[in-house]
Design a binder for this molecule. Sequence first.
Ligand SMILES: NC(=O)c1ccc[n+]([C@@H]2O[C@H](COP(=O)([O-])OP(=O)(O)OC[C@H]3O[C@@H](n4cnc5c(N)ncnc54)[C@H](O)[C@@H]3O)[C@@H](O)[C@H]2O)c1
Length: 391
Amino acid sequence: MNKKTVRAGIVGAGFSASFHFEAIGQVYSTNVEIKGVYALEGAEAYAQKHEIAAYDSLERLLDDVDVIHCCATASAHESIAIAALERGKFAIVEKPLTGFFGDGSENFNGETFPKEKAQKEALASIERMLKAEKKSKGRILYAENWIYAPSVQKEREIIEKTGAQVLWIHAEEAHSGSHAKTYAYWKYSGGGVMIGKGCHPLTAALYLKRVEGKARDGQPIRPKSVTARIHAMTRMPSFRDEGHIRSNYFDIDDFSMMHVTFEDGTVATIFASDIILGGIHNWLEVAANNHRTFCNINPNTAMQTYNPVEANFQDVYVVEKIGTKQGWTYPSPNEDWFTGYPQEIEAFYRTVAYGEPVESDSSIAADCISTIYSAYVSAERKGVEVPVKTF
Ligand SMILES: NC(=O)c1ccc[n+]([C@@H]2O[C@H](COP(=O)([O-])OP(=O)(O)OC[C@H]3O[C@@H](n4cnc5c(N)ncnc54)[C@H](O)[C@@H]3O)[C@@H](O)[C@H]2O)c1
């Protein structure tokens, strides 16, 4: 195969920009030439570490590349992606695609802000992004790694080849709290854990129902309504903080449950929380009419190790966000691979270089954000069923 060369730029220089860089290094279909990084903070250090250029403007970076990796804070996704699309460039956009990020006031409080208004603004943001994509030669490539996680892809194969009817998807993303400072504020994150983590298992569930519908009837099965509850456990006066769980959130939920009903009457129940100890807990269960599956993204039992003395593993990476390395643990021999990061980035470069179809596109990203903002409206009404607009 004659490999094409694609010029890439990174926007953002934090946590996700790091794993995007690692994943680009594993792209095998395409020669990727990383032109540089642009970020509000941390660009110089990132550029030095990865031996690439630091740009002082997004526009200059866009002029030099074919695709950007939008690894900036969620509140900046819309403007960065639209700037890329307007120049005919591809935009790999980290999750969440977009949302509602406040009314511009310094002390904006997302918890008390009316959720129907937030929903209206979030839907308008989605529409602006879709409109820009329609007019562009570029495309939005939605970086939802759960879609590319090998266990979710194996489940896709099972659904496609057996004509399964998926009756219930039960899934969760949880851990003990995100590291990013901005995560504590609705105005940067577009909500709390229901969007920040819930978007991952929700999008995987939306994806598998699309796969099912297309395989059997040629039409994706889309979400129809949602009922949801959210809680702020670590901000309850009764919360007893022992220092294991992050607890300095300003106006966001740290526990959420979305119950989605699809057009065909089947359901998905999605949990997301920041109150779970023991490392990342990312899993998805499918209850179908002809099989049942657990996708154990993290942890999984690919490897199990007993370590009697904490200090022995001082220099050994075990798995993300684990509190201790002593006793039985589940070291991940290749955490990024199980998580789907390299597969996702490889797939995106195949789209950019060779026009291959994209599994995680703007349509599924839009359904995800729309479902989540309907869920915030539902949660405000203590779980009343709310319709979901699809795009
Ligand atoms: N897929 C995943 O597993 C995963 C994991 C973590 C984060 N994320 C997503 O990645 C995005 C970034 O999160 P993070 O953890 O890397 O955050 P971070 O705080 O570690 O880094 C954010 C970076 O974005 C930069 N930035 C912010 N606004 C900008 C703007 N307008 N223009 C240019 N740069 C800007 C900041 O200066 C910083 O360098 C978020 O949308 C988050 O939800 C995804």
